[in-house]
Design a protein around this ligand. Sequence first.
Ligand SMILES: [Zn+2]
Length: 63
Amino acid sequence: MESTIDNQNTENKIVGKGPLCPKCKVELAHRVKRGFLFKRILSWLPVKRYYCYKCKRKHYVWG
Ligand SMILES: [Zn+2]
């Protein structure tokens, strides 16, 4: 699915394997460990943490 990218309010369907950075739209290939508190309190959530090499930030990604 690589058609027009205009006013999409819904989440983009990712073509690659990993999720995309919400900021720079590059693939978040680098997984990082979740924080201690996060693990303890929200470990039941299907959330993964990724590091974006482009904006050098860590993002929590649902799913
Ligand atoms: Zn980024």
